[in-house]
Design a protein around this ligand. Structure first.
Ligand SMILES: Nc1ncnc2c1ncn2[C@@H]1O[C@H](COP(=O)(O)OP(=O)(O)O)[C@@H](O)[C@H]1O
Ligand SMILES: [Mg+2]
Length: 275
């Protein structure tokens, strides 16, 4: 390896190299490669079923890959799951699983298993709870909270130990506009401290707003990768399509099917009108 390559690898918090995961004949992740650098928010943007959650679970060592390699913070997630847990914060796609606990009990539990130092963590936790308007349900059962409020608790739980890498699977689902702003600020602070983020979403505006660089994923493959400016250039190169939304739909083979669905929907609804 040359010195330049070594430098490049040191900067990479995440290296995903020709990763493949099948579920029987479904190729959920079909030969994807990408890197995430220190201080970078990398977005995986793709429609439902594209393979985002599978890619995330492979990165966390929760699933075993069929082929390919993953290096996270210099380690192999399948072999170093325990060490990586202390350095990664994970926001899963499903709302919190600790339903029979209150947020307060959950945070006490997390602080004890992560051996987080009392006072410093208490101060940070109080600030996060206040910023996300979460104090009022701090002692209510998680099972009784709304989806968005569960999500806020999950986000706080993922960042409380100041991980180097945040892996977030559709983290803004169910959040109101104010909380989205606060979470964006939290990510900004995380990046300023030299952290990195993998951010999965199916919503283009969110990826554009939050991510420094994105990989557009469809049917298990990354079909385009770059900054939004770079993807805009791709848009300009495409015949007749200029809008990024159109490019996204086109790259993910959805443009024709959307037109078709809309036209069928209109004709069915119109024919039933007044009957
Ligand atoms: N445990 C599983 N068993 C079988 N198929 C799965 C499993 N998990 C995901 N898949 C399939 O893999 C594909 C990618 O799914 P997923 O990674 O959840 O996509 P996304 O998160 O982008 O919506 C889908 O076709 C999905 O049905
Ligand atoms: Mg998913």
């Amino acid at each position: 390896m040359s010195n330049a390559e070594k430098m490049e690898n040191m900067e990479n918090m995440v290296v995903v190299d020709h990763l493949v995961k099948h579920f029987d004949e479904v190729k959920a992740v079909d030969d994807i490669s990408f890197n995430i650098k220190k201080g970078e928010i990398f977005g995986l943007l793709g429609p439902n079923g594209a393979g985002k959650t599978t890619a995330v679970k492979l990165m966390l060592g929760l699933l075993e890959a069929n082929q390919g390699n993953i290096t996270i913070l210099g380690l192999d997630p399948e072999k170093n799951e325990v060490e990586l847990k202390t350095r990664i914060g994970y926001v899963s796609e499903e709302p919190l699983i600790y339903k029979s606990l209150t947020p307060k009990e959950l945070f006490n539990f997390i602080a004890s298993i992560r051996r987080l130092d009392g006072e410093k963590v208490t101060g940070k936790l109080a600030q996060y709870l206040e910023s996300l308007d979460a104090i009022e349900y701090y002692e209510r059962l998680i099972s009784t909270l709304s989806r968005g409020n569960k999500q806020k608790i999950q986000i706080i739980a993922a960042i409380l130990h100041d991980p180097d890498l945040l892996i977030m699977d559709e983290p803004l689902a169910g959040l109101d506009a104010k909380s989205v702003k606060v979470v964006k600020e939290i990510l900004e602070l995380h990046i300023e401290r030299g952290g990195s983020v993998l951010f999965s979403t199916h919503i283009m505006e969110i990826a554009e707003d939050i991510c420094d660089r994105i990989g557009i994923i469809n049917k298990g493959k990354i079909v385009a990768m770059g900054t939004f400016e770079e993807l805009r250039l791709v848009a300009k190169d495409m015949d007749g399509v200029m809008d990024l939304e159109d490019v996204f739909l086109k790259l993910t083979d959805q443009d024709e099917s959307v037109k078709d669905i809309i036209s069928k929907l209109r004709s069915t609804m119109n024919s039933h009108r007044g009957s």
